[in-house]
Design a protein around this ligand. Structure first.
Ligand code: FES
Length: 68
């Protein structure tokens, strides 16, 4: 599987992050709730991925559903 987009992020301890899993967000890699309208129109069930780090951490994230 080839990932088109990789993003390095710094995540802060105890802060809640919502990552996009549908690829429709305009603020990737984070969810902006565009999945809700898509789910209604297409009878899909996309939801964001919630992450709460236990320490400050740097991560690299990618998804095959992200276009850029
Ligand atoms: S906009 Fe993609 S999961 Fe919310």
């Amino acid at each position: 599987m080839v990932f088109k987009t990789k993003k390095k992020l710094k995540l802060l301890k105890n802060k809640k992050y919502s990552f996009c899993t549908c690829g429709l967000s305009k603020k990737l890699p984070f969810c902006d709730n565009n999945h809700r309208e898509h789910n209604l129109k297409n009878k899909t069930n996309y939801k964001s991925l919630k992450v709460i780090p236990h320490t400050d951490i740097e991560v690299e994230v990618s998804s095959s559903t992200w276009k850029n």
